[in-house]
Design a protein around this ligand. Structure first.
Ligand code: MD3
Ligand code: FE
Length: 212
């Protein structure tokens, strides 16, 4: 919690609720965001980003990597959590600054076992999906947005239902828990170049999850 106090909590007193998801706009100050990017760069050096293949065999436009006991992987055999990077190495540890955000927002949940890093370059998107590769759905997922703005869309428990959208900006943090945990969601597009946080532009999303 030192880090959050040190840099001052720039968060709104109460989150916005959208599709059952709590969005804390401007949760992280610019200095917090810069510290996080430095830590996440180290993760991406130890575990380089890769493009998983969909079940249909097409590479995803989002590149990803992870920290923690588990990362996420996908190929013809399907979507799953794995204990090793495709290179065969263990995933690096989850940076303490990231853990302090989880601790601040969902103190009653067990420690996250996966810190998934999604990187969106120009034109990258993520189709509507549910997150259901975890063993249980009782724990929340926490998401941290960094860099360029992304148009987040959230629906309900069924594909094809009503959806709501919100631009997630650098420093926004979202908590997906309770009934919203299995809601369909995705990123329709990003505003490439809308933020100067990342040297080469793009959007970095971090999600923290309990996997087992
Ligand atoms: C709502 N990532 O990694 S984060 C994903 O911005 C993913 O990269 C998006 O969807 C991104 O699976 C959205 C917000 C998010 C994450 C998990 C959720 C929203 C969620 C789980 C349930 C409901
Ligand atoms: Fe998801």
């Amino acid at each position: 919690m030192d880090f959050l106090k040190l840099n001052g909590l720039a968060c709104e007193l109460s989150p916005i609720s959208i599709g059952g998801i709590d969005v804390y706009k401007g949760f992280l100050s610019i200095s917090d965001q810069k510290l996080l990017v430095e830590e996440l760069r180290k993760v991406a050096v130890a575990a380089p980003v890769f493009s998983p293949k969909t079940k249909a065999g097409r590479p995803m436009s989002v590149r990803l990597t992870a920290a923690g006991n588990f990362g996420w992987y996908s190929d013809h055999a399907g979507y799953r959590y794995v204990e090793r990077h495709p290179s065969g190495c263990a995933w690096p540890e989850i940076p303490n600054l990231i853990l302090s955000i989880w601790q601040a927002l969902v103190p009653d949940s067990p420690k996250p076992e996966c810190c998934l890093l999604n990187f969106y370059g120009e034109g990258a998107r993520m189709g509507l999906h549910q997150d259901r590769d975890e063993a249980r759905f009782e724990w929340p997922v926490v998401s941290i947005s960094l860099g360029d703005e992304g148009l987040f869309r959230v629906g309900g428990l069924e594909r094809g239902g009503k959806t709501a959208s919100i631009w997630l900006q650098s420093g926004d943090v979202a908590v997906m828990g309770g009934a919203a945990r299995l809601n369909y969601h995705g990123i329709d597009r990003i505003k490439f170049g809308s933020s100067t946080l990342l040297k080469d532009g793009g959007r970095l999303n971090v999600t923290l999850r309990v996997v087992t």
